[in-house]
Write a protein that binds this ligand. Structure first.
Ligand code: EPU
Length: 343
């Protein structure tokens, strides 16, 4: 793809006019002046040029097709619960999927649901109907699309295990991709930048409703005991080192870093793999500085290279702002179509 970044830097007015024209033609709400601080659970991050909020899968697919045809860079945001967006300006279109929620359509052990549907809500719906397989995911404050994008998992469940088909936008249309064709890895899938997930059909496992509800309550109890709640977080910040059996949270805890602060960012005193933000002045650069310090210490003291679990969304100000620049951090430059979870 052309990185329209360059073009937009040269011709911002033309690009804005093209964006307004697409919004008007498709009848999709497009807003200016939003900030990632309002749209992500960490409550930090800078100004966004445009936020599009389609309400249907068809509308979202058409929008992605139009933006591609006009060579306008975009990326996808769900609930914003697994994203650390830099403080600077973000000159690209954010395609918010939160309003593409529809209703969850149950048929036997299957459920078809749109990407913007709330994952916790879906878990409750399924449990009430006596359908198991996602009850461990009930506490992840993300959208279904975000969960599928990164193969969200918790308490023995991973969403990829129950995905029958994923509806994806291709060339402005909706295409169904079989779950078996997708690679489902630990907090990662084979979906790529530029792919927009519109909805999903899950095949769940019939079980006794009361038992599933009971398991959900048990998971909730464990989560309340071991993870911060009500805090501004993005879930676990780093992956556990794959295949090692090690817990990143435990390692950070053992280094005595719980409660460690950088500006408005704090290592959660409850679970050390959660970085939470506090106060009105918290900045993305605080969270990033703290995260990089953790990585540096783990590298030095344990010889382990921690991988980010949250997505880092870089700013691309027309004039350099010199904020965050992290080697080895996730989320490339403002490529298209990165979806958030999530966790
Ligand atoms: N531990 C500590 N100190 C801490 C945190 C944990 O000693 O500050 C110890 C715990 O006592 C336990 C061990 O480390 O003995 C493992 O901790 P936990 O059970 O909390 O599991 P985890 O590996 O830290 C993973 C996922 C969570 C998921 C839970 C429950 C990752 C990175 N984390 O946490 O996922 O909710 O298991 O299934 O895979 C997320 O994806 O955002 C997330 C939070």
């Amino acid at each position: 793809m052309t990185t329209l970044m360059q073009e937009s830097i040269t011709h911002p007015r033309e690009r804005d006019a093209a964006i307004e024209e697409i919004a008007a033609r498709l009848g999709i709400r497009a807003e200016r002046g939003r900030r990632f601080a309002e749209l992500t659970s960490l409550r930090v991050g800078g100004a966004i040029d445009w936020v599009f909020a389609p309400e249907t899968e068809e509308g979202a697919a058409a929008l992605a097709g139009e933006l591609d045809a006009a060579d306008i860079a975009w990326r996808v945001l769900g609930a914003g619960s697994n994203v650390l967006a830099e403080d600077g300006e973000h000159h690209y279109v954010v395609l918010s999927m939160r309003e593409v929620k529809g209703t969850a359509l149950f048929e036997g052990a299957r459920v078809s649901v749109s990407a913007g549907y709330s994952l916790p809500r879906l878990c409750v719906d399924a449990a009430r109907r006596g359908l198991a397989g996602i009850e461990g995911l009930g506490g992840i404050p993300g959208t279904v699309g975000g969960a599928v994008w990164m193969n969200a998992g918790a308490f023995g469940n991973e969403i990829g295990n129950v995905v029958e088909t994923v509806r994806v936008a291709r060339g402005g249309r909706i295409v169904a991709v079989r779950g078996g064709e997708v690679e489902w890895n630990y907090r990662h899938t084979s979906f790529r930048d530029g792919e927009l997930l519109l909805g999903v059909t899950l095949r769940l496992i019939p079980d006794d409703s009361a038992k599933i509800v009971e398991r959900m309550a048990e998971v909730k109890r464990q989560r309340m005991e071991t993870q911060p709640h009500g805090a501004r977080s993005a879930g676990c910040f780093f992956k556990n080192p794959p295949g090692s059996g090690l817990s990143t949270g435990r390692m950070i805890d053992e280094m005595g870093m719980k409660g460690e602060k950088r500006g408005g960012a704090v290592v959660s005193p409850v679970h050390a793999n959660f970085i939470v933000t506090e106060g009105d002045d918290a900045r993305a650069s605080d969270a990033f500085a703290l995260a990089e310090e953790i990585r540096e210490r783990i590298r030095r003291e344990r010889g382990i290279e921690l991988e980010y679990e949250v997505e880092l969304w870089r700013s691309n100000a027309r004039e350099a702002t010199g904020t965050i620049s992290g080697e080895g951090s996730p989320g490339g430059p403002n490529a298209k179509g990165e979806e958030e979870e999530r966790g």
